[in-house]
Design a protein around this ligand. Sequence first.
Ligand SMILES: [Zn+2]
Ligand SMILES: [Zn+2]
Length: 242
Amino acid sequence: MDISVSRIVRVPILPLKIVNAHLLIGSRGCVLVDAGLPGSLPRFEKALLKQGLSFEDVQAIVITHAHVDHAGGAAELREKTHAPIVAHEDDLAYYKRETPMTFCPTGWAGRMFLRTPAPHQSYTPFEPDVLLSNCQAFDLSQYGVTGSVKHTPGHTRGSISIEVGSKDALVGDLVASGILIGGVIRTKHAIRPPFEDDPRAVAKELLRLADDGVEKFYLGHGGALTVREVRRHAETLLTFPD
Ligand SMILES: [Zn+2]
Ligand SMILES: [Zn+2]
């Protein structure tokens, strides 16, 4: 691997890889990828400290999509770090909490989960400082890390992924792994997250990332996955009806 490529470090928001955020560590500090659930500041502080970093070293906060386990802690992290939030405009109404989040359950786990208060948990509304639109790619080098943010709709309309160097990608909830979400076993086995708006759109984006040369996929739940497993999963999604 090119030594100038930024390093990816997992931030455990919940144990057993049930919910992950990530640090992208570059030459001058780092970028946070996802903000975890509301109240996750101590998790980030601990992860930063382990890398010899502090909140002052955070150059930007990229939010992959508007679900509470990814965007819930964004407002408090911005207040703490004074770093700009980068997100996609197609999830803006959810970030501002103007529209209630909609969920398309992918199976019994999603349906059960929807009956609990967890996915509906509210979070402090925020307006991203950098709002991406459509397919426009956004280069993270201005924040001192190697990464290109791309629109990868499907899990939600405004979902984004980050290609880091040429072989790694942080894909949020485009795909998950393990039993239920994350979980102790089968973490190398790709599954659909509990909710997914458009499986065929997800498949298209996963295959595009694979065709781009991504070999390892870092996830919001479980992971990481090899390109071979992601391709197998995407081919299955393609068989779903429109
Ligand atoms: Zn999600
Ligand atoms: Zn999630």
